[in-house]
Design a protein around this ligand. Structure first.
Ligand SMILES: *Cc1c(COP(=O)(O)O)cnc(C)c1O
Length: 250
């Protein structure tokens, strides 16, 4: 087995274990292999090892890598491309064109631009882009994400999140799949777990407010904290370093 393959198998086992401990079905958890900064050869190697969900966080990389991978594997490889990074409004077109799932929607402007492009593409008719709203729960990590730092106590924050959710769900090109959050770096596990738990409770609240038929998915957990995220209900974990090793920084 290659290093990549054995690391992948190990993570699948960890996911299964974390799911069992939480009395959850491991099949409800999607491992998104974060290939940002890694070349196409690495993606092909990961594909050969069995990975099918790939995550990129820069529009330029997605736009470059997806067609290259498809030229090798064909359009029916079964790969699902996840865009996980915060998006600037001038980079929305490549994401509308090349992403199958979008994890980090934090502004209405971005939602409108994506939806418009998908309509123009004619893609909106066949399949709306599954989208996660990015929530800033801890207030520590970064400025990205809709402010939900005090959602339990703040009617203003709840109203903003509810309106955002409803507006996104009503757009012709997008479908609201769930909520995404990032835990703070270097925090202790109890604090991180609280961030994930508060995100889950927010998702439950929002689904009820919006009278959704299905629960909202939860994109949370990375290399250092995906087991904690699974314990709190993550349906999508975004893991890079644990599979591919430390990234080469450009
Ligand atoms: C890079 C990145 C990840 C993966 O981080 P690792 O620590 O390498 O697992 C997950 N989510 C987002 C949004 C990222 O940018």
């Amino acid at each position: 087995m290659s290093t990549l393959e054995s690391r992948y198998q190990e993570i699948l086992q960890q996911i299964e274990q974390a799911a069992q401990q939480a009395k959850r079905n491991p099949d409800d958890i999607t491992l998104v292999a974060v290939t940002k900064t890694w070349p196409v050869e690495t993606i092909l190697e990961a594909y050969a090892a069995g990975m099918r969900h790939f995550g990129e966080n820069r529009a330029e990389e997605l736009e470059e890598k997806r067609p290259t991978v498809e030229a090798k594997l064909g359009p029916d490889s079964g790969i699902v491309w996840h865009f996980i990074g915060t998006l600037q409004s001038r980079k929305t077109n490549p994401v509308a064109d090349y992403a199958d799932v979008f994890h980090a929607l934090d502004r209405l402007k971005i939602a409108n631009r994506l939806s418009k492009r998908l309509e123009e593409n004619g893609k909106a008719q066949t399949r709306r882009l599954p989208t996660f709203l990015e929530l800033n729960i801890s207030g520590e990590m970064s400025k990205s994400g809709v402010n939900a730092t005090d959602w339990e106590n703040s009617a203003t924050q709840r109203a903003e999140i509810r309106n955002f959710g409803k507006t996104v769900a009503a757009l012709p090109g997008l479908t609201l799949q769930g909520l995404m959050t990032m835990a703070p770096w270097d925090a202790d596990p109890d604090f991180i777990r609280t961030v994930f738990k508060r995100t889950r409770l927010l998702a439950e609240w929002l689904a009820e407010e919006m009278r959704l038929e299905r629960p909202l998915a939860l994109s949370m957990g990375m290399t250092d904290d995906y087991q904690l995220a699974i314990a709190e209900g993550a349906t999508h974990v975004r893991v890079g370093r644990a599979i591919f090793g430390e990234r080469h920084t450009h």
